[in-house]
Design a protein around this ligand. Structure first.
Ligand SMILES: C[S@@+](CC[C@H](N)C(=O)[O-])C[C@H]1O[C@@H](n2cnc3c(N)ncnc32)[C@H](O)[C@@H]1O
Length: 265
């Protein structure tokens, strides 16, 4: 299995690795990310060979990669946190699927150029220290005609106040959070790496319960209190864009989730 030494990781990568190594048990059965209908809808738009070579970057418990392996594709799961890869391998074996795994940061892949028909990355890129390196590495390992699928938390372009608010909330909840990028920022990174954006759509995704939101990230009590303060004092733009409200006594809001497909010419 390919891996990079700890000393080669920067502080942002180390924070993500440590956070997910600690929290890997929370990503097992019953986790909200097991609903891969967003992946299915996006992949339905991509023309893949019958047995495509696929790299799933920051695979977590493997939900995206294992869905694709279940369709008969040849899938490699990559992650920076070894315990997450262990969870993914357990899930693969429970489903009778065979996959390869590799342990490395999303900013540098150990694979040869022009290897994959599809690179996927779902609900993870907001942790990356250098999303531009992730995109250029994806472009490098894609075969001509191959596609990059990014699904991640995002926020519409042109809303800096609301973006700063959600950034502070997410950072307090999980200090390994780095930044959500807007559709425009992702598109520019793809185009700079020589990829053509063929699909880009924001879909609201409900944050259903603040306790669940904190529990999955093991948020400290101090940070929970700080998030509650931010919610209390949220600017009007954030209230409107995230639909911040109370439902049966529970604080809920809607994060935007971006699905973006970019193709290598
Ligand atoms: C929420 S989980 C991913 C969910 C998964 N992709 C799915 O579809 O269910 C986020 C994952 O990103 C990984 N991660 C965070 N930063 C990373 C980085 N710089 N390089 C590689 N993996 C990273 C974490 O270790 C964690 O397993």
């Amino acid at each position: 299995m390919a891996s990079l030494k700890t000393t080669e990781l920067n502080a942002v990568q180390e924070a993500a690795r440590d956070q997910f190594a600690r929290q890997s048990h929370r990503y097992a059965k019953g986790h909200i990310l097991q609903d891969v209908s967003d992946v299915a809808a996006a992949v339905a738009q991509i023309n893949l060979p019958a047995r495509a070579q696929i790299l799933d970057v920051a695979t977590g418990a493997g939900n995206t990669g294992l869905y694709l392996a279940g369709l008969g594709h040849d899938v490699t799961l990559a992650d920076i946190a070894r315990p997450m890869l262990d969870r993914a391998l357990e899930a693969a074996s429970a489903r009778g699927l065979t996959v390869k795994v590799q342990e490395h940061p999303a900013e540098k892949f150990p694979n040869a150029s022009a290897t994959f028909d599809l690179v996927t990355c779902r609900v993870a890129a907001h942790h990356f220290s250098a999303p531009e390196e992730f995109v250029s590495e994806s472009a490098r390992v894609l075969k001509p005609g191959g596609s990059l699928l990014i699904i991640d938390g995002s926020i519409q372009d042109g809303a800096p106040e609301a973006e700063e608010w959600i950034h502070q909330v997410e950072k307090l909840r999980d200090p390994s959070h780095h930044r959500f990028l807007t559709p425009g920022q992702w598109s520019r990174l793809c185009e700079r790496a020589g990829l053509k954006v063929v699909f880009s759509k924001l879909t609201p995704f409900k944050q259903p319960d603040l306790d669940w939101y904190f529990e999955t990230a093991a948020t400290s009590l101090e940070n929970r209190a700080a998030v509650l303060k931010l919610i209390e004092n949220a600017p009007e733009s954030a209230r409107r864009i995230f639909g911040l409200t109370l439902e049966e006594g529970r604080i809920v809001w809607w994060l935007e989730r971006l699905a973006l497909i970019a193709r290598k010419g």
